[in-house]
Design a protein around this ligand. Structure first.
Ligand code: BES
Ligand code: MN
Ligand code: MN
Length: 445
């Protein structure tokens, strides 16, 4: 067992070099111009898995981004474990706001900075390290599945699952794409919120009008849109849409001070919603306005804006149905149109939430592995973010145990500028995973 701890430590520099090579590829699937880069990152992922010792490595696609499947057969009677990560990344945002170039991995203070260093190329690095640490004859079957369109909602994942069901079938699924409690305290993610979004357009006029001639008599669409969006919350910041689902969060103390510190909330800005932080973060719906199309200030003239639109994104609490939530949101928007304005709602993406019953021998083995690698047991955490395909995996393989782990920490800033990976966390995550696979090979104790 301690052997594995040492092995991972020895392997770390080379795994880190692999990770850096992956980070240099701008695998942003959401950007059509960079889709060739996503093919390059799939190729590199396949090459790294081959070098790690997987005999059967293939790149597959089903009408979407390329994914990589690598397999090492299970010894007689041993279980097979599927290790998941994604090789696509979020767009880097404004490069000027990064302290080092987004796609040039750079170490500062024990952290590796760069887009995808954590979300989720570190997941790939973790699987490579764990598999290599186990040596040429791992005690369990290992399948690695690295997807290329997670950040775009995994639209072709159902097709991939369908086409390659036999290759992907496993007894245990480890999804290394989530967070830890801190850089010293690991977490098992036991619930994730789902997602539903839409674009709402309001129209009040059939063309722009002189705001002096008509202002005060007929409404401009932007004022209407702002009022409509404001109706989504009450004065305390609680979601005001009716008929949404609320769950019960894992019982963990998460202080208001920590929210302030970890989120970077500015001085004087209050938190929204009432009740415990974990309840608001993990177990309740949230609604945010993530984009708006209207006249930019540069182009503003004294004209009543005839139409304007916004993209509204909703998180769905575990146990809720994302489609039903999208319908409830749509109804709310249609029913709250101020001053009879015309409202058109175009539905967008939906992804289901997921809750895990983290009990039983497989979870016991995982907790023990974490305890050895980190020096303490993981905290059961809910997660406000979403990994919609988990529900699809669970439906495709109803008997598999699903474990959600990860290499992120509260300092990671996934999706934002200056994303980074804590290198100590990478080592501990890889060690935990190697120990866990070894324990599964020994069978239930
Ligand atoms: N790794 C994240 C999900 C996540 C975020 C887990 C924070 C734990 C903590 C994943 O890559 C992600 O960003 N998911 C998207 C899903 C969407 C694009 C369908 C999300 O949550 O917005
Ligand atoms: Mn991710
Ligand atoms: Mn992400």
């Amino acid at each position: 067992m301690t052997d594995l701890v040492t092995r991972v430590r020895e392997l770390l520099p080379s795994v880190r070099a692999d990770l850096e090579e992956l980070v240099r590829i701008e695998s942003v699937w959401a950007d059509p111009a960079r889709r060739p880069e996503v093919y390059r990152s799939a190729e590199l992922t396949a090459k790294l898995l081959r070098h790690a010792g997987f005999g059967d490595v293939r790149t597959v696609e089903s009408g979407g981004a390329p994914a990589v499947i690598a397999r090492h057969p299970a010894p007689e009677g041993a279980p097979t474990v599927l290790l998941y990560a994604h090789h696509d990344v979020q767009p880097e945002g404004d490069p000027g706001q990064w302290h080092s170039a987004p796609f040039e991995p750079t170490e500062r203070d024990g952290r590796l900075y760069g887009r995808g260093t954590a979300d989720d190329k570190a997941g790939i690095a973790t699987h490579l390290a764990a598999f290599r640490a186990l040596g040429p004859n791992p005690p369990v079957g290992v399948t690695v599945f690295v997807e290329g369109e997670e950040e775009s909602g995994s639209p072709s994942l159902p097709a991939l699952l369908n086409e390659h069901r036999d290759l992907l079938a496993a007894d245990v699924i480890v999804i290394a794409d989530s967070d830890n409690w801190s850089t010293d305290i690991p977490a098992l993610t036991v619930s994730l919120r789902g997602l539903a979004d839409c674009v709402v357009e309001v129209a009040t006029l059939d063309h722009g009008l002189h705001s002096g001639l008509w202002g005060g008599v007929v409404p401009d669409a932007l004022s209407v849109l702002v009022r409509l969006l404001a109706s989504l919350h009450d004065d305390d910041g609680n979601v005001a849409v009716q008929g949404l689902h609320e769950a019960k969060a894992a019982e963990v103390e998460f202080s208001e001070e920590r929210v302030r510190a970890d989120s970077g909330l500015l001085d004087g800005v209050r938190q929204i919603g009432s009740g415990p932080v974990v309840q608001r973060m993990w177990a309740r719906p949230a609604i945010t306005v993530i984009g708006i199309d209207t006249t930019p200030i540069d182009k503003a003239s004294n004209t009543l804006v005839p139409r304007a639109r916004a993209k509204v994104s909703m998180r769905v609490a575990p146990g809720g149905d994302a489609r039903a939530h999208l319908e409830a949101l749509t109804r709310h928007l249609q029913d709250h149109a101020p001053w009879g304005a015309q409202v058109t709602v175009t539905p967008g993406d939906v992804g289901q939430p997921y809750a895990i019953d983290a009990r039983g021998p497989v979870y016991d083995a995982a907790r023990a592995a974490f305890k050895t690698a980190w020096g303490r047991e993981p905290i059961d955490m809910g997660m406000g973010g979403s990994i919609p395909f988990i529900a699809e995996f669970a439906a495709a393989f109803p008997d598999a145990e699903i474990l959600v782990t990860g290499v992120e920490d509260p300092g990671t800033q996934a999706h934002s500028i200056n994303e980074s990976l804590h290198l100590g966390v990478l080592e501990r995550a890889a060690t935990s995973e190697a120990l866990f696979l070894e324990a599964l090979g020994r069978g239930p104790s």
